[in-house]
Ligand binder design. Structure first.
Ligand code: TXA
Ligand code: MG
Length: 325
């Protein structure tokens, strides 16, 4: 553990790069530069590490995150690339374009990264230092902008430090882009821009040729919170929340020690960060089990409304509402 990068800003060097890789492999966060903004990175295959991103940013809900990979070849190990997806990837990668694609059946990425969805967002950054980190760590890195939720996206290491002084930060100088990557959904028949960004709609349409971009029906609300167009994860089985005593027809997801015995427990020791890490995988497993044994519903124990508990409850409510709507 002696090669873990300490919190604060570090100049980019062979030694700090090596330490950053070990820090990430140990499941901790490292902020790093990209050509758009600084990202708050975590091993995208590690649920617990990804949960730390949400905790550090203080996000009120679990939005799906972008996973950064060093090449299209690596990206194809995680997601399914259609003809159109390949065409835009070849035209714009490495660069500030994020592609939403279907997850491959054996995809090892955390379900927390995709907020439980069957699609994943992938990006191959062009920034040399981001590339060095991806290659040296050999890890896919989940990374939203490295700021506290609601604050402006950081374009220097000092910006990151002023929001997140507890994080290890690799300083790669100022980001030239300043604006986030364009998010393009190529998981469906007609590609659609989910978040406008550095790569323009015209440039994408030109590469797509005969395949036309689907125009988003952007309401004023979605325009002010771009990227909010993705649907939410909902299990097939109806969900009941804040349950102390489940019925015999329900699969129970517990939280903390004691209480009614449960098949699944989001955190036997009562840790909210562990609960966040387990949230989507446990929901999926409980859903599968409920479908297999023909259970009437899934009951979830009360999750405290503190810290990352807000984000957990937000997602649970959406999952419950979607199914019961
Ligand atoms: O420039 C950038 O993209 C920066 C740098 C660090 O690379 N990263 C960034 O990441 O902005 P993040 O995680 O904050 O952006 C995620 C965006 C959101 O708009 C989210 O809704 C969308 O991507 N997204 C991620 N996964 C998705 C999915 N499976 N389906 C639909 N949208 C998704
Ligand atoms: Mg952001």
């Amino acid at each position: 553990m002696n090669h873990i990068l300490s919190p604060g800003v570090h100049d980019f060097s062979d030694a700090t790069l090596k330490a950053a890789c070990e820090t990430l492999r140990a499941g901790h966060l490292v902020a790093f530069p990209t050509e758009t903004v600084y990202g708050l990175g975590a091993d995208a295959t590690n649920d617990h590490a990804v949960a730390k991103i949400f905790e550090a940013k203080g996000r009120p809900s679990f939005n799906p995150l972008i996973t950064h990979v060093p090449s299209l070849e690596q990206a194809q190990r995680y997601g399914l690339f259609s003809k159109e997806a390949l065409r835009v990837a070849k035209a714009f990668w490495p660069g500030p374009l994020t592609l939403v694609v279907k997850r491959l059946p054996d995809c090892p990425l955390s379900y927390l990264v995709s907020a439980g969805l069957e699609t994943i967002a992938l990006r191959v950054p062009a920034h040399k230092k981001a590339q060095s980190l991806l290659q040296a760590s050999a890890l896919p890195l989940a990374a939203p902008s490295a700021n506290i939720s609601g604050h402006i996206s950081p374009t220097t290491a000092d910006h990151v430090f002023s929001d997140l002084p507890q994080i290890s930060i690799l300083d790669g100088g100022p980001c030239t882009g300043g604006l986030e990557s364009t998010v393009l959904d190529v998981s469906k028949d007609s590609p659609q821009i989910l978040r406008p960004g550095l790569i323009s709609e015209d440039a994408i349409q030109e590469v797509l040729g005969e395949t036309f971009l689907q125009q988003a029906t952007l309401s004023p609300t979605t325009l002010t919170s771009p990227g909010q167009l993705s649907s939410h994860y909902a299990p097939r089985t109806p969900l009941r929340l804040n349950i102390e005593t489940p019925t015999p027809q329900e699969v129970f997801i517990g939280f903390g020690p004691g209480g009614t015995p449960s098949t699944f427990n989001l955190s036997p020791e009562g840790s909210l960060i562990e609960a966040a890490a387990n949230l989507f995988s446990h929901l999926r497993q409980a859903d599968n089990q409920a479908q297999t044994i023909g259970a009437k519903g899934i009951a979830v124990a009360l999750i405290p409304e503190t810290g990352i508990g807000h984000a957990i409850n937000d997602r649970l409510k959406r999952a419950a509402a979607q199914k019961n709507a």
